[in-house]
Design a protein around this ligand. Structure first.
Ligand code: GAR
Length: 216
């Protein structure tokens, strides 16, 4: 017989979201959890930046919002150790990085392996890292977009779950392109979270699977 903890008495997936800024992807996940589209409890939001607007979004939604300021730690390892403890205290089934702009240590990634996902503003493997919209325009790319993927030790390179594409228009600026990519992000991230919360999404070896079928 499965024994559920008191916090998880209804067996719903417990989600923690990590942010560093505006939190529009967090908001999309909040909205889909509250309208029942995602069968999950958003139990905590953690930011490494005290001024992150996403913390306010969480509080407004009645979600516990915590800040762990990385500037107050002497090393990446010390910050990641404290972050691991803070996040584990929420007993998450899923940890979703949503504009969390810190590289995580191998120990953190190991701790949450298989339950750690990220959204990245490009069609990976194109444009890992920063300034993705600017680089896509500079390259004359015809297509751009966003990727949700499981997080592994390789930066922006874990198993792909879902991608959303946008056409790059001739008169696009970094700003207009980013705005269209954001719209796509707000569709694909809740979808990936919904799959995970429904028990349909897993990582098996190097591949993400949905209902047991490889996604890539
Ligand atoms: C999003 O575009 C997300 O893809 C990106 O940060 C933005 C956060 O926006 N993430 C990365 O660049 C991670 N490498 P938001 O705070 O409004 O959700």
């Amino acid at each position: 017989m499965q024994v559920l903890s008191s916090d998880n008495i209804n067996g719903r997936c417990r989600i923690v979201v990590l942010i560093s800024g505006n939190g529009s992807n967090l908001q999309a996940i909040i909205d889909h959890c509250s309208d029942g589209e995602i069968p999950a409890e958003l139990v905590g939001v953690v930011s490494n930046v005290p001024s992150a607007f996403g913390l306010e979004r969480a509080r407004l939604a009645g979600i516990e919002a915590r800040c762990l300021n990385h500037r107050e730690f002497i090393s990446r390892a010390a910050f990641d150790e404290a972050l691991t403890t803070l996040v584990e205290d929420f007993r998450p089934d899923l940890v979703a990085l949503a504009g969390f702009m810190r590289i995580l240590s191998p120990a953190f990634v190991d701790q949450f392996a298989g339950r750690l996902i990220n959204i990245h503003p490009s069609l990976l493997p194109c444009y890992p890292g920063l300034d993705t919209h600017r680089r896509a325009i500079a390259d004359g790319a015809r297509e751009h977009g966003a990727t949700v993927h499981f997080v592994t030790q390789d930066l922006d390179a874990g198993p792909v779950i879902i991608q959303g594409r946008v056409e790059v228009l001739e008169d696009d600026s970094e700003h207009t392109l980013a705005a269209r990519v954001h719209e796509v992000e707000h569709r694909i991230y809740p979808e990936a979270v919904r799959w995970f919360a429904s028990g349909r999404l897993r990582v098996e070896g190097d591949v993400a699977t949905l209902d047991g079928q490889p996604l890539t």
